[in-house]
Design a binder for this molecule. Structure first.
Ligand code: GLA
Length: 392
């Protein structure tokens, strides 16, 4: 569902900032929300995200020289950020443009070299730093634009992998594949049941009769590189290395709950054991949740969402008082089918499935109790599941 005003604004800004609209095209890439399967994507486990109808709008045109010029309507005070294909190094000064630059760099690493530069304007309606993948959206948008204007031969799945590669190696966040995959492969009305061990996936239609997906933003800013995200990943890798000495596994996602329980004593560090436990249990929960959905048992799905949050709070330790307050207040409200933190954690958003008749009460009561405890407001959005990137 393309927002025509956003499209118009991105094109108008292109003309205003770069002086001409010749050869310019407009594009869109979505944000994403993960319904269940958190911190499993770098552990060879399953995830269940969906693309959203909010995302990043872009306008771009090829140039005749090697310059790249970027402008963000959201960060207009930075003005035009100019660089060149001969300067593909990340820098603090480059700010948000490190994301598109990183994608250009990653294309070149794969042998897809740009002979000329481009001008690009972006305008997003994903709240920044909300954990709804504004960065993955921008990465996939950039890849999609490069493919379109230079005619590179890549699939959408490649665009996801290129985006992740640039995020890992250019922007310093050791993220998994979930976000870029959900953005690049999104399908309207469906979530993506993805096995991150081999990237096999299936689309699962989400038909919520009489209920909606509501995102609640803690409005606590987080940045994954600053947070303990990379540290969690290292702990899981260390646990895997220990377990591999005795077990024939490739990832924590290979373990069933029974196998984990039988072998967890091998992880002598109690903290490491808890982190590995989350990775194993969350993967199994995700498989069960998708099964429940297919069986039409939405209440079971909701119960598993709650267990997911509890595990992220108690074992994986990535929630914090803001996310806990939103989720715990939501669970108290009749008509809330399920509620949990979504994304990397430490701030950002919760995702809840709420019956239509309970939505007002949910926003009011959770909102009031959040403000009472945390001191500032949470923000609520009712979201729709959208499709992948497109020319608009
Ligand atoms: C962030 C990362 C993803 C994933 C989630 C946690 O969103 O970018 O790769 O690890 O956190 O599930």
């Amino acid at each position: 569902m393309i927002d025509q005003e956003m499209k118009k604004a991105v094109l108008d800004n292109f003309e205003k900032v770069f002086g001409s609209n010749d050869n310019v095209k407009a594009y869109f890439a979505p944000g994403r929300v993960n319904l269940i399967g958190e911190h499993t994507d770098y552990n060879g486990g399953h995830v269940f995200p969906c693309a959203l109808t909010i995302g990043t709008y872009g306008a771009a045109a090829r140039r005749n020289d090697r310059k790249m010029r970027f402008y963000s309507v959201n960060q207009d005070r930075l003005g035009v950020v100019e660089t060149s294909l001969d300067d593909l190094n990340p820098s603090d000064k480059a700010g948000w443009t490190n994301y598109p630059k990183g994608v250009v760099w990653a294309f070149e690493k794969r042998g897809m070299r740009l002979d000329t530069g481009f001008d690009m304007v972006i305008y997003g309606n994903i709240p920044n730093g909300s954990g709804l993948s504004s960065s993955a959206s921008l990465e996939v948008l950039t890849g999609f634009i490069l493919r379109d204007i230079y005619g590179f031969d890549t699939t959408n799945q490649d665009l996801a992998l290129i985006g992740q590669y640039s995020e890992n190696n250019y922007n310093g966040c050791n993220c998994g594949i979930m976000d870029q995959f959900a953005v690049a492969m999104g399908r309207e009305g469906s979530a993506i049941f993805l096995d991150t061990a081999d990237l096999s996936f299936e689309y699962a239609p989400i038909k919520l009769d009489g209920a909606k997906i509501i995102i609640a933003n803690t409005n606590k800013k987080h940045k994954l590189t600053d947070s303990q995200y990379n540290a969690r990943r290292s702990t899981c890798e260390a646990a895997l290395a220990i377990l591999k000495k005795s077990l024939d596994i490739k990832s924590l996602g290979d373990l069933t709950i029974e196998e984990f329980e039988k072998n967890k004593h091998l992880l002598e560090d109690p903290d490491m054991q808890k982190k590995a436990k989350h990775a194993v249990y969350e993967n199994q929960r995700t498989i069960q949740a998708v099964k429940a959905l297919k069986d039409g048992d939405i209440n079971r799905f909701g119960e598993l969402m709650r267990q997911s949050h509890e595990s992220l709070r108690d074992d994986y330790d990535v929630t914090g008082v803001e996310l806990d307050t939103l989720a715990e207040e939501a669970w108290k409200i009749p008509g809330v089918i399920g509620s949990r933190m979504t994304g990397g954690g430490f701030g950002g958003c919760t995702v809840s499935i709420v019956r239509d008749e309970a939505i007002e009460e949910f926003k009011k009561t959770v909102g009031e109790n959040y403000k009472k405890k945390i001191g500032y407001d949470a923000t609520f959005y009712t979201v729709e599941i959208g499709g992948g990137p497109e020319v608009i």
